[in-house]
Design a protein around this ligand. Structure first.
Ligand SMILES: O=C(O)COP(=O)(O)O
Ligand SMILES: [Mg+2]
Length: 225
């Protein structure tokens, strides 16, 4: 029988990347003399990858940005973010124990992030977490990205899993929507970068800490289907 797959979002779910994202974003927009953004701003900017994050920062500052300026800004962001990796980014409390526990219990683990694949892979590698995951899919890995259900189902398939036997864990509306659109149960975490109250996202469960993520909870969610 195929093992159930647990799919994790990356930014704000597995890893606290906010300080490094803010730093690289501010380095990027500084070329246009824009005021630096803050952590609170980030919850409105993050979610659709670096390109959209840069465009939203310009919009936040009321600065014009044409499509032909974006590629150079994106390159500047990628270069800075990669050079500092893993920077201050760390797994959230209890994550590594949870990954060990779930792997030990026979689950397939995977990552489905809207972060560019070329940033997601080295970050996970530098934090020594690659070996936990059967698949790591970024926002540009497939033709679609979250909240499109295809991003999630393709990640599960790449991990050798079955979308009918899977659970999504995430911090934002994109994650919970992608799961709902794919008819996959979802778990929300409150320590990430959602700009809306986490309770309002409509996840099937809310966990406060990774200590709560165990085989019993996954079984309960899959049993309810
Ligand atoms: O980097 C982003 O914009 C979003 O990344 P996430 O999907 O891992 O939260
Ligand atoms: Mg996230």
């Amino acid at each position: 029988m195929t093992a159930p797959t647990i799919v994790f979002d990356l930014d704000g779910t597995l890893v606290d990347t906010a300080p490094d994202l803010v730093e690289s974003l501010n380095h990027t927009i500084a070329v246009a003399n824009l005021e630096p953004v803050t952590y609170d701003d980030l919850t409105h900017l993050v979610g659709q990858g670096a390109r959209v994050m840069i465009a939203r920062a310009f919009a936040l500052r009321g600065a014009p940005l044409s499509d032909d300026e974006l590629p150079a800004l994106l390159d500047r962001f990628i270069e800075h973010y990669k050079a500092n990796m893993p920077g201050q980014s760390r797994p959230f409390p209890g994550l590594i124990d949870a990954l060990d526990r779930l792997t030990g219990a026979g689950f397939n683990l995977a990552v489905c992030t809207n972060k560019l694949e070329a940033l997601a892979l080295p970050l996970i590698e530098k934090l020594d977490m690659t070996h936990y995951f059967k698949a790591i899919a970024g926002g540009d890995t497939f033709a679609v990205r979250k909240p499109d259900p295809g991003h999630l189902t393709s990640t599960i398939e790449r991990a050798g899993g079955n979308p009918r036997l899977a659970v999504m864990v995430g911090d934002s509306d994109n994650d919970i929507l992608a799961a709902r659109n794919a008819a996959i149960p979802s778990i929300a975490v409150p320590f990430g970068y959602s700009h809306e109250p986490i309770e309002s996202l409509g996840a099937d469960r809310l966990i406060r800490h990774f200590d709560e993520l165990d085989a019993a909870l996954i079984g309960e969610l899959l049993g309810h289907r």
